[in-house]
Design a protein around this ligand. Structure first.
Ligand code: NAI
Length: 331
């Protein structure tokens, strides 16, 4: 099959070349356009900046398969593809353990004062004075959202011997017994958890899920971790809770200003930084400078293995399509 592949970094190009040797691959570093799509392409492999439109499909009229290297697929005109009998596949999962591991990186950085400890030793003072931390063992973890990432977090928390509460408006039958946690409502979770970690989607229902009202009932001195989406927390309310001690510390991988992000991989793309003044916004963000807050730059998904899984699934999607049994198809 002749596949036109868009928006790959050099290592991704090599990775795909090695594993799709039986196919004719044409790599274009830019996003797809009517000018760069080969008229004889039979398949397209794209990322989210490549809009697969009817005009592109007119130009490449032999295309039978489109694979997107992302979870979201709203950059592809799926209805048009359907009309033309073109199969579209995506990458539904790739980073569940990866984000869960980052969640614990943030928790442990806070619980063991890793940041000030490293800074102190680098400054030449090798003393543990004032750096006493606290154990995770026996502390209650409150997990908001018991989906793929939340479940990985729960499994890891079991290893630390933490009791676990979870809130999810769509609880999964039997999951609590299987993984060893207790489902509860949001206010109860907030009132009883030492650490609260967010793993639910951001949408109109979850905007400012943590706000002044419910941060008022939070267990005094709780730690908040957010690796999901910035808009889930009202930043001003969080700041107030940090200031009066209701929240003792926060570990954030996401900030409210990033609201326009649809897909994690977007933050790695050079044009993301060109089109958004994120750097300035991030610098100005008062939370970043708060002594009891640590912020990472939306990096929870960004591991070698997670990015390789995106490519591996894309390769499987190509093979499955050619076997006549497509997988990970989208409607
Ligand atoms: P998922 O779809 O497997 O799980 C989400 C869970 O949240 C579901 O169980 C759902 O029922 C639950 N949920 C829905 N509304 C809720 C509410 N109002 N309160 C509590 N729970 C609610 O999603 P997955 O893969 O676990 O990802 C979770 C979130 O993590 C994503 O929506 C995404 O925003 C974020 N994410 C962040 C990354 C990063 O690099 N920082 C990377 C990947 C995902």
């Amino acid at each position: 099959m002749k596949l036109a592949v868009y928006e790959c970094e050099e290592w991704q190009e090599e990775y795909l070349r090695e594993r799709l040797q039986d196919h004719e691959l044409v790599f274009v570093s830019d996003k797809i356009s009517e000018d760069n799509v080969p008229a004889d392409a039979e398949g397209l492999i794209v990322f989210i900046w490549s809009h697969v439109t009817p005009q592109i499909l007119d130009k490449a009229s032999r295309v039978r398969f489109v694979a997107t290297m992302s979870t979201g697929f709203d950059h592809i005109d799926v209805d048009e593809c359907k009309k033309r009998d073109i199969v579209v596949s995506s990458v539904p999962f790739y980073g569940e353990n990866t984000v869960a591991e980052h969640t614990f990186a943030l928790i442990l950085t806070l619980s063991r004062n890793i940041l000030p400890a490293v800074q102190r030793v680098r400054a030449g003072l090798f003393s543990p004075q004032g750096l006493r931390g606290w154990d995770l063992k026996g502390k209650t973890l409150g997990v908001i959202g018991s989906g793929s990432i939340g479940q990985h977090v729960i499994k890891m928390a079991r290893g630390f011997e933490m009791p676990i509460l979870a809130y999810d408006p769509y609880p999964k039958d039997g999951l609590d017994a299987e993984l060893g946690f207790t489902y509860t409502n949001l206010d109860h979770l907030l009132a009883h958890s030492h650490i609260i970690t967010l793993h639910c989607p951001y949408n109109e229902h979850t905007h400012h899920l943590l706000n002044d009202r419910n941060l008022a009932v939070i267990r005094r001195g709780a730690v908040i971790i957010n690796t999901a989406r910035g808009g889930l927390i009202d930043s001003a309310a969080l700041l107030r809770a940090l200031q009066d001690g209701r929240v003792s510390a926060a570990g954030l991988d996401v900030l409210e200003e990033e609201a326009s992000i649809r897909e994690e991989y977007q933050v790695l793309h050079p044009s993301f930084h060109a089109t958004s003044d994120l750097h300035k916004l991030v610098l100005e963000h008062v939370l970043i400078h708060h002594p009891r807050v640590i912020v990472t730059p939306h990096n929870a998904f960004n591991s070698i293995e997670a990015l390789e899984r995106i490519l591996d699934t894309t390769i499987e999607n190509v093979h499955a399509f050619l076997r006549g049994q497509p997988i990970n198809t989208v409607q």
